[in-house]
Write a protein that binds this ligand. Structure first.
Ligand code: RP5
Length: 167
């Protein structure tokens, strides 16, 4: 198995439906990743061991998703100097505001690049990780450029279709 360039951690298996789009984007871009469950609170030792072993094996970006008192991204940022991207998950009656604030409000020197909540954030976490890797991978940069060209073409095609329906 190819060594992971990106790690995706979720605080619980219950986060999977929101976070699987992150894995889908990385797969489409041909980026090797490890997708697993580990918790800042429930399995702190596993979290630390995963960060250490993945980093030793060449992992360059950590993506962390968690809901409620979402400390997973912060705990990982405390452990590694690799970039950490945080995805807040709406998993409580507070609608994700709890996870958003816990993820984004890091002390100076330990940033977590916080993206949007849930599926939209999961996708953008993957795109952001890809752009970080593309800084030193010209082939990947080309794949990202091609994907963006398709987004652009899709919007134009959707516009033409709507115009055709109503005009
Ligand atoms: C967080 O608590 C997890 O990331 C999840 O979003 C939330 C609920 O976890 P479970 O009780 O479903 O395991 O740590």
């Amino acid at each position: 198995m190819e060594k992971a360039k990106v790690a995706i951690f979720m605080g619980s298996a219950s986060d999977e439906p929101m976070i699987s789009p992150c894995a889908d984007v990385l797969k489409k871009l041909g980026i090797p990743f490890r997708f697993t469950v580990t918790s800042a609170h429930r399995t702190p030792e596993r979290t630390a061991e995963l960060v250490d072993s993945l980093e030793a094996d060449g992992c360059e970006v950590f993506i962390c998703a968690a809901g409620m008192a979402a400390h997973l991204a912060g705990a990982v940022a405390a452990r590694t100097m690799k970039p950490v991207i945080g995805i807040p998950v709406a998993a409580s009656p507070l609608g994700g505001m709890d996870a958003l604030l816990a993820t984004v409000q890091m002390p100076p020197g330990f940033p977590v690049a916080t993206v949007a909540l849930d599926k939209a954030g999961a996708k953008n976490a993957a795109w952001l990780a890809a752009q970080m890797l593309a800084l030193h991978d010209a082939d990947l940069a080309e794949r990202i450029r091609a994907a963006r060209a398709k987004f652009k073409a899709d919007v134009a095609a959707a516009g033409a279709e709507i115009e055709g329906k109503y005009c």
